[in-house]
Write a protein that binds this ligand. Structure first.
Ligand code: ADP
Length: 417
């Protein structure tokens, strides 16, 4: 079954065509500057044996971008299929599923309008996600379109973990609660970690895992027996760990103070906590971890402070989640920073020996980055380490393809071939 996986943003669209039976990636690419004035639209497409190449040309909307992608996928020389009809289903990343969507689902008009309602919770993400779905419905009628939600994996959190200590009607009337994000990534790496623990003889039903997704956005999740019990992102992706441009946890009183004393408007506060804080805000250098590390190595005390804060916050959460779960079997690092930075991993794990974590410095220096042939999972602890620390390359597209294929199979919808 060939599944097209789409991650549709406001001006970009990432895609992968995946054979769900072998999990091979048949083609992948990204369309950029969709509906952006001033030109520069292009699609970067990659399929073997042709390799990677660019096709330039503006795209007025998501329909046009997807049509361009279909042309590339079916190109006799550069494509991967002879006809769009070979695509059995499309799996769409949808950021917010609210409380309604606790698992992936085939989209119909009713579901679309429900997802639309969640747009107030994710105004930057859900609308473009929906544009991608609508374009596919128009361009490939009859092909199942499956929504895979970033929030769904976190739906198993108990009420005492997802409820904020506000007056209860803020939850019951407005659904103000913790939802959590990056669910597809946490789910994928937790599944891989569970397999590694199983090989060590652990019972899958009771494994206690903490997954650290550290990319531009960062979140950390506590997972018992494959089910999420807590996660750091909240009603929005602003809560929790320190990130590239988001500050994560802060005293909410600060926002009241800024509004009252400095007349900060909601938009200014939004920009402050989401775009001007985190690594960028503290270091004053960049939101990119590599730049911050370089500046720290060159002596910037603010970059050094940003790094120390970044790692300290993760360590605090690990301690909290180990306590919440009543133990810990494994910590997983993933995302651009988690997969590539041995320094950050070492700094986070430094001092966690009391929990049973013993990092092996040589294994931790495993060269993941830029080495396509390098392993996608590694155990970076000593044999004596009671808690395993894994580096696992995340693969959200593969997870979405798996989910999509499963939903289509379960639903009995006749997949086109
Ligand atoms: P996104 O969350 O947008 O998918 P990624 O998961 O690619 O982003 O993560 C981007 C982050 O990973 C950036 O902060 C980048 O600096 C960081 N990163 C990538 N490679 C390295 C590396 N070798 N060392 C440290 N950080 C890295």
């Amino acid at each position: 079954m060939k599944i097209l996986v789409l991650n549709s943003g406001s001006s970009s669209l990432k895609y992968q065509l995946i054979d769900a039976d072998t999990e091979d990636v048949l083609a992948r690419g990204i369309a950029e500057r969709i509906a952006v004035k001033g030109g520069g639209g292009k699609v970067t497409h990659e399929a073997s044996p042709v390799g990677r190449f660019e096709v330039t040309g503006d795209m007025a909307d998501h329909d046009e971008a997807i049509r361009r992608v279909f042309d590339l996928l079916t190109d006799p020389e550069k494509g991967a299929v002879s006809s769009v009809r070979e695509i059995s289903a499309v799996g769409h990343r949808v950021v917010h599923g609210g409380e309604k969507f606790v698992e992936s689902t085939i989209v119909n008009e009713e579901i679309l309008s429900e997802i639309e309602k969640m747009s107030t919770l994710a105004p930057l993400h859900n609308p473009p996600n929906l544009e991608g779905i609508r374009a596919c419905i128009r361009l490939m009628p009859g092909v199942p379109q499956v929504a895979v939600f970033d929030t769904a994996f976190h739906a198993t959190m108990p009420d005492y973990a997802y409820t904020y200590a506000l007056p209860y009607n803020y939850y019951s009337d407005y659904r103000v609660r913790r939802y959590g994000f990056h669910g597809t990534s946490h789910r994928y790496v937790a599944g891989e970690a569970q397999q590694l623990l199983k090989e060590r003889g652990l019972d899958l039903a009771s494994t206690k895992i903490i997954t650290c997704h550290l990319g531009n956005g960062c979140s950390i999740t506590a997972i018992v027996g494959g089910k999420v019990v807590d996660t750091s992102m909240g009603m929005t992706p602003a809560e929790g760990l320190m990130m590239g441009t988001r500050g994560g946890d802060i005293d909410p009183g600060i926002l009241v103070y800024l509004a009252r004393e400095h007349n900060a408007t909601p938009d200014e506060i939004d920009e402050l906590i989401n775009k001007r804080s985190g690594l960028l805000g503290v270091s004053g250098v960049s939101s990119d971890m590599r730049d911050v590390q370089k500046a720290a190595a060159e002596g910037s005390s603010r970059a050094q402070l940003a790094l120390a804060m970044f790692c300290y916050r993760i360590k605090k959460y690990i301690g909290a989640y180990a306590a919440a779960m009543g133990g810990l079997d494994a910590i997983v690092f993933t995302g651009g920073i988690g997969e590539n930075s041995s320094e950050i991993r070492a700094s986070v794990c430094d001092g966690l020996e009391f929990l049973g974590v013993k990092l092996d410095p040589d294994k931790n220096n495993y060269p993941f980055e830029g080495d396509a042939s390098s392993a996608v999972t590694a155990d970076i602890t000593t044999d004596a380490s009671l808690v395993k620390v894994f580096v696992i390359r995340t693969n959200e597209e593969r997870m979405i393809a798996r989910e999509t294929a499963e939903v289509v199979r379960k639903s009995g919808v006749e997949a086109r071939r």
